[in-house]
Design a protein around this ligand. Structure first.
Ligand code: 5GP
Ligand code: MN
Length: 343
């Protein structure tokens, strides 16, 4: 976003606007944190503002301020379509292409005649937005939302609610500040957010020390079936639909599981395959350390994408056949995996 575009947006926002804020489908802490932060920010400035999430998001994020006011497109489609059509500005948060909101909501957004603003840190942002603020080096979209507020000259209006939502986005997407994209600037932003009222211990506890016993058992099950392929510096796990049923699966329960495979000594490539009968797909999460790009791997073989070290994808084969296909592809990456640094 250049200076002229910032000035244009500032000029637009002088008048009260109807603003819709949209995180990606199956929103994570960063997507919903970014949306709710802007929700509080714009509401404070007397705009008419609504967060519309494509679908429900995990319960461990529902404590966030403003969460109760989020609408779900798949529950209240006609109301959401009307709000989308009436909006002057629509913010697309933490995603790079319209398909990331799901087919039904994408259709509604395709016909939208107003102004899109995209704030995102994923690679290869599509050109759907009139105003694009993309930085693939940012550890979280929430970091960019903070900088966006700064560009608007409005850092002073960050209150405790905004700070809490932004802190949550940065905390979750940076892997609690451990991923390489975390910079000194990230910590400076986070320090400012703490001064504005983000309570770091309490936020961490609400997100990470809040497991159900069932979720821990589901994790145990996935850890038990973990396969380690030292020749490829790779480890993978899987979750069957039957396991989900057995352990009373709730949305978000598998979040972060894939990182346990990446924590294994000698591993630079970690994968989790999750059977999803509702969508009739196998949902796949890829993580890597070092130069091996899971974004490219997911794009090329599993209809997905994301970041260099964290990406997602899917397969319409069975779980068994998906894993078999994966194991057939893997040897062609042996050299790349070997060259990827573990630490
Ligand atoms: P996760 O494995 O946690 O679902 O996703 C990891 C990262 O990849 C996230 O930043 C997510 O937004 C992105 N991602 C997940 N699935 C897809 C996909 O199908 N397409 C693209 N472009 N990105 C994805
Ligand atoms: Mn993100």
């Amino acid at each position: 976003m250049n200076k002229k575009e910032i000035q244009e947006l500032q000029a637009l926002l002088v008048q009260p606007q109807k603003i819709v804020l949209i995180p990606h489908k199956n929103a994570d802490g960063d997507a919903i944190g970014s949306a709710l932060a802007l929700f509080h920010f714009f509401r404070e400035q007397q705009h008419q503002v609504q967060v519309i999430s494509p679908n429900n998001y995990p319960g461990f994020l529902k404590w966030m301020p403003g969460s109760k006011e989020v609408l779900f497109f798949d529950y209240q489609e006609s109301l959401c379509i009307r709000l989308i059509q009436e909006a002057n500005l629509i913010f697309l948060l933490d995603f790079n292409e319209l398909s990331r909101v799901g087919e039904d909501m994408k259709r509604a957004l395709k016909t939208y005649q107003g102004t899109f603003v995209m704030i995102d840190h994923h690679q290869q942002p599509s050109d759907v937005a009139r105003y694009l603020y993309s930085d693939t080096k940012a550890c979280a979209t929430a970091e960019l939302v903070y900088k966006f507020i700064d560009k608007m000259g409005a850092l002073d209006s960050i209150n405790a609610d905004i700070a809490t939502c932004l802190y949550t986005g940065i905390l979750t997407d940076s892997g609690s500040f451990r991923f390489p994209a975390t910079t000194p600037e990230t910590h400076r932003i986070v320090a400012n957010l703490m001064e504005k009222g983000a309570e770091h211990s309490s936020i961490y506890g609400k997100i990470f020390d809040n497991n159900t016993y069932d979720r821990m058992q589901l994790l145990g099950n996935a850890l038990k079936n973990m396969q380690f392929l030292p020749d490829y510096k790779t480890a993978y796990m899987y979750i069957k639909e039957a396991d989900k049923e057995k352990f009373n699966f709730q949305k978000g329960d598998t979040e972060g599981f894939v990182n346990y495979a990446l924590a294994l000594q000698g591993v630079v490539f970690a994968i989790i395959f999750i059977e999803d009968n509702e969508q009739s797909i196998i949902k796949i999460s890829f993580r890597s350390k070092g130069s091996f790009s899971v974004n490219q791997f997911a794009r090329k073989h599993f209809n997905g994408g994301g970041h260099d070290n964290a990406a997602g994808g899917r397969s319409s084969l069975t779980l068994q056949k998906t894993i078999k296909q994966f194991l057939t592809i893997l040897p062609t990456y042996k050299q790349d995996l070997y060259a990827s640094e573990e630490n």
